[in-house]
Design a protein around this ligand. Structure first.
Ligand SMILES: *Cc1c(COP(=O)(O)O)cnc(C)c1O
Length: 470
């Protein structure tokens, strides 16, 4: 919403002079009369002073500002600050786990569990039966054990924290063997060699970037070796002449030397994606089954829950990790734990594919996506030439299944009603709700795979609003 300042320029002044700058009192009074601000008087004064100071600087450097423009800036700043930035938006990018858009949206049940935990007291560390202290992880440990076979679980802030904490607790001042092809950057500044250094562990790289064999690990074992680390290649794929030792062989090497194998899975799926025609990605239970000592994974990638890091596996190692001082610094709060438990219950009830948004999106059939695109299209006014329905390719994104694409359908929008494509895209990003798509060959693509069916109508309305004439 734009509210235009009604006050006209001061007749005794001219643009670009300091006389154009209103007093704080005048400005606040004006803004209060036209914009019905919800901010407290002191916040409003603070915001006004900030805008006026900035205007003073601009006028000093020769900008032709007018009183009207300055007053409008205060109103614009106020309106922008009153609107929460992290409000729900429609992700039409076709990237399901979009890190910049907040990764996995959670199910309605999970969101409900998080809201009620947030707004009330919960028996977080008190056992209702005995009234004794402890048991913060009991519920999650139980659920994860049932689903994956892992003896014990610790949930922390995110997977980066899970890896850092695990290495700090198990390998401080000792050596960790990693394949050269896996000493990688996962994205957002998470580099295995840096995390390793931060944890105090010494990285021992083995093999070549494209090939690492079990014997490479075996030959690198010394008296100082604390662990073997296997990192899932979650955001890239090395193709061609490659070989990576299967995790089972690493477990054999580790067992023979009494050294734990840590498997950083990244994505942490509990369902096999290959049932939806995607390349197989190891699930947490498969990894535990191979006999690794510790698995680490994200809560908000294919797991489909809130931001979290899952550390699960052999109880003796999980206990050791739990006791490390860093564990307290990266621990998950009650909202996260309640959300993780609610998400896990979907897998236990076997309704994840119907209820968890990322799985609903992965499981949606191409026919269904096309039908929905057509239904939205038919609800649009006659802007026929500008909007088309086109096949598209969606991805899981966010550090899972690199290079894997899913067939999808999209609404493709070209220049319309005198608006070039980038203006339509901007109007959609600024709308309520905001809509993010992707530009491809000078068309804006709105991919249906990352839109849930219950949001189709909102998407249609948003397109109507953004494509309407000036
Ligand atoms: C995504 C990822 C991480 C980082 O997890 P966050 O939950 O983003 O902290 C670490 N390792 C792997 C292999 C990943 O894919």
């Amino acid at each position: 919403m734009t509210i235009v300042a009604k006050e006209s320029s001061n007749p005794h002044s001219s643009p670009g002079t300091f006389r154009e700058i209103p007093s704080v009192t005048d400005a606040v009074e004006h803004v209060s009369s036209v914009a019905a601000p919800t901010f407290s008087p002191s916040a409003l004064i603070g915001l006004t002073q900030r805008v006026l100071a900035c205007a003073r600087g601009e006028i000093a450097s020769g900008m032709p500002l007018t009183r009207e423009v300055i007053l409008q800036r205060i109103i614009d700043d106020l309106t922008a600050m009153e609107r929460p930035r992290l409000a729900p938006l429609l992700n039409a990018t076709g990237i399901i786990i979009h890190t910049n858009l907040g990764r996995a949206p959670v199910s309605a049940e999970t969101a409900g569990a998080m809201t009620s935990a947030a707004s009330s007291y919960v028996p977080l560390e008190l056992d209702p039966k005995s009234n004794a202290r402890g048991g913060r992880m009991n519920e999650l440990s139980n659920l994860i054990q049932l689903l994956t076979g892992a003896e014990a679980t610790l949930v922390v802030n995110n997977n980066a924290a899970a890896v850092l904490l695990t290495l700090s607790a198990i390998a401080f001042d000792k050596e960790v063997i990693v394949s050269r092809g896996e000493a990688v950057e996962i994205g957002g500044g998470f580099r295995i060699p840096d995390v390793m250094r931060q944890s105090g562990a010494v990285l021992v790289e083995v093999g070549a970037t494209n090939r690492t064999y079990a014997r490479d690990y075996q030959n690198a074992i010394t008296a100082r070796t604390a662990a073997i680390l296997k990192v899932h290649q979650s955001n890239f794929r090395i193709e061609g002449f490659t070989a990576f030792a299967p995790i089972e062989e690493l477990v054999e090497v580790g067992n023979a030397a009494n050294i734990p194998v840590i498997n950083d899975l990244g994505s942490g799926a509990l369902l096999d994606v290959s049932q939806f025609g995607l390349a197989s990605e190891p699930t947490i239970q498969q990894s535990i089954d191979t006999g690794v000592s510790i698995v680490t994974a994200s809560g908000d990638k294919l797991f489909g829950g809130p931001q979290a890091g899952i550390i699960c596996g052999e109880a003796r190692f999980v206990r050791e990790i739990e006791r490390h001082p860093l564990a307290r610094a990266v621990r998950a709060d009650k909202t996260c734990l309640a959300g993780m438990a609610a998400t896990l219950r979907h897998y236990l009830r076997d309704d994840a594919v119907e209820r968890i948004p990322v799985w609903r999106m992965i499981a949606a059939s191409e026919t269904e996506l096309r039908r929905r695109a057509e239904a939205i299209f038919s609800g649009l006014p006659r802007i026929s030439e500008s909007v088309k329905i086109v096949p598209s390719k969606a991805t899981t994104g966010g550090g899972s299944l690199p290079g894997e694409e899913m067939q999808s359908w999209a609404l493709s929008i070209g220049a319309v009603n005198g608006k070039p494509v980038h203006e339509v895209a901007l109007a959609l990003r600024k709308g309520q709700p905001r809509v993010f798509g992707r530009i491809h060959e000078d068309r804006l693509l709105l991919d249906l795979r990352t839109i849930l069916p219950e949001d189709d109508q909102q998407l249609g309305e948003a397109i109507k609003a953004a494509t309407a004439g000036h």
